[in-house]
Design a protein around this ligand. Structure first.
Ligand SMILES: Nc1ncnc2c1ncn2[C@@H]1O[C@H](COP(=O)(O)OP(=O)(O)O)[C@@H](O)[C@H]1O
Ligand SMILES: [Mg+2]
Length: 227
């Protein structure tokens, strides 16, 4: 355990000396180690191609590492950069319910979970709305509601604001912060936008596949602005 975390909460996400290369490609992640304490909201920063999405996919088990250890405690939810790659059903309510098909729930339990999850992201009025009629920010909130309905304890978000305008961007990050805090969810949010750093408890900086820095968001922001 790192010194910074020695007296804090146990990590919900823990990565040790993680290495990953694409077949026949160069090494994308070079011995990365990081920990996200339970219930905290951390961000992962880095320029395009630095390996952020690869790291998130490894955490989600969508890719296998070449070496190293990954431990994620609890039910995991994943939010992709482009919600059109994630939302599969015709309406808001049906999409959130779709994520529950593997759980043995009654019709009434599914309804309750869907309503609670939509209320958590302020979309309860849009349960019957077709997905195509939503804004980008609303689609991202439906994707997040899907994870909340499954009672996720760890939420991984890969540049969820990349396709949003600046107002919706900061609305989304503020809403996700208050949501994960009120539910003690551990979140790792990938971004390259420095103004989002104001909302996190801590941040990691990835540079060409190496974890170049981690810790206090204000300090990291200063470092990045000085580049
Ligand atoms: N499916 C893939 N096959 C081969 N190389 C890939 C694939 N996806 C990403 N890469 C490469 O891996 C590196 C890291 O990419 P990525 O993790 O997507 O970076 P980031 O999310 O930080 O922009 C880049 O050099 C990228 O070209
Ligand atoms: Mg990416």
């Amino acid at each position: 355990m790192s010194d910074a975390l020695a007296n804090g909460p146990a990590p919900a996400i823990s990565v040790r000396e993680l290495c990953f290369s694409w077949p026949k490609g160069e090494q994308v992640l070079k011995s990365c180690s990081l920990e996200v304490p339970k219930g905290e909201f951390w961000m992962l920063l880095g320029t395009n191609g630095s390996g952020k999405s690869t790291l998130l996919r490894l955490l989600a088990g969508l890719l296998q590492p070449n070496s190293g250890e990954i431990r994620v405690e609890g039910q995991m939810g994943f939010v992709f950069q482009n919600p059109d790659h994630q939302l599969v059903m015709p309406t808001v309510g049906a999409d959130v319910a779709f994520g529950l098909v593997e759980e043995k729930l009654s019709f009434g339990q599914v309804k309750t979970r869907v309503r609670e999850a939509l209320a958590a992201v302020n979309l309860e009025m849009l349960e019957r709305r077709p997905i195509y009629a939503l804004s980008g920010g609303q689609k991202q909130r439906v994707a997040i509601a899907g994870a909340i309905a499954r009672h996720c304890e760890v939420l991984l978000l890969d540049e969820p604001t990349a396709l949003l305008d600046p107002d919706s961007q900061l609305d989304l990050v503020a809403q996700v912060r208050s949501l994960v805090k009120s539910r003690a969810i551990t979140a790792l949010w990938v971004t390259h936008r420095l103004d989002e750093l104001n909302y996190c408890d801590g941040a990691f900086l990835l540079e060409q596949g190496e974890l170049a820095d981690k810790g206090d968001p204000e300090r990291l922001k200063g470092r990045l602005l000085a580049l």
